[in-house]
Design a protein around this ligand. Structure first.
Ligand code: IPE
Ligand code: IPE
Ligand code: MG
Length: 244
């Protein structure tokens, strides 16, 4: 059963899992004649606020796209800036998570991340693993195709070891090998900044998710925009291939 909540006088079904492509930081900075990294910094502050707002609205799982496997193509200056921002973010996050009872997970390929960042991620995941407040997931050096590729490698190894037979491979077995193995599929996916594409985000998990696109740039995204997305979600009829 979906959680129902009274929001601004209207009873709404609250999506259990919301996934966000936080896009438009660069354009936000450009509009202000500032370097792109200023936009990333502003965007990171919005993420913190969104964790609180989402939870207060009754959303249980929030998954955000912070850095894609393709984002390494950007300038060294920008990538270094994002990684440094992430270091600070992860440090502060430990304290905030304990205060808010928030569990944090990171999905994506960690092998390409700096060792100190990996240490911080491990610590954050370990320290928050029993918290049952917001289940917050950060997609970092994440690509849906890369995630599927890694899952295929795992399954191929299981086949080679004689643990499973190729014909037995089921959709559930694939889901179980993904980084999101312990998360439900998203109910609602939001992309900011007026782009209408997935950019390699959760390509397996979003199979039956409702999509909401807005022109708002990520650093300008507020709880009012999130409520708007939830209202849109309430207007959709999820059929899952059936007839209603
Ligand atoms: C999203 O904002 C954040 C990351 C991809 C790290 P962008 O940096 O993509 O901003 P735009 O799309 O260039 O405006
Ligand atoms: C997707 O945004 C990745 C993140 C938001 C982290 P991009 O800005 O990298 O995507 P494209 O390049 O516009 O497709
Ligand atoms: Mg972008």
């Amino acid at each position: 059963m979906d959680l129902k909540k009274l929001i601004d006088g209207e009873e709404l079904n609250i999506p259990k899992h919301v996934a966000i492509i936080m896009d438009g930081n660069g354009r936000w900075a450009k509009k202000r004649l500032m370097p792109r990294n200023v936009g990333h910094k502003a965007g990171a502050r919005v993420v913190e606020q969104m964790c609180e707002d989402a939870y207060n609205l009754g959303i249980k799982y929030l998954t955000v796209y912070a850095f894609s496997t393709e984002n390494w193509k950007r300038s060294v200056e920008e990538v270094t800036g994002i990684m440094n921002l992430l270091r600070n973010y992860l440090k502060d996050c430990i304290e905030r998570a304990s205060k808010n009872n928030m569990r944090v997970r990171v999905i994506g390929d960690r092998t390409a991340l700096a060792p100190d960042i990996v240490d911080r991620i491990n610590e954050l995941e370990r320290k928050t693993k029993d918290y049952d407040g917001l289940q917050f997931t950060i997609a970092l050096n994440y690509g849906g195709r890369d995630e599927l590729r890694r899952a295929v490698v795992c399954l191929a190894k299981d086949v080679k070891a004689g643990l499973i037979s190729p014909d037995d491979i089921s959709e559930d077995m694939i889901s179980d090998k993904l980084d999101t193995f312990d998360l439900p599929d998203p109910d609602l996916m939001i992309r900011t900044s007026g782009e209408y594409r997935l950019s390699n985000y959760l390509i397996w998990q979003l199979a039956y998710t409702e999509f909401y696109f807005t022109d708002v740039l990520w650093p300008d995204f507020t709880v009012e925009h999130l409520k708007e997305a939830i209202r849109y979600f309430n207007g959709r009829e999820r059929r899952y291939g059936g007839v209603k």
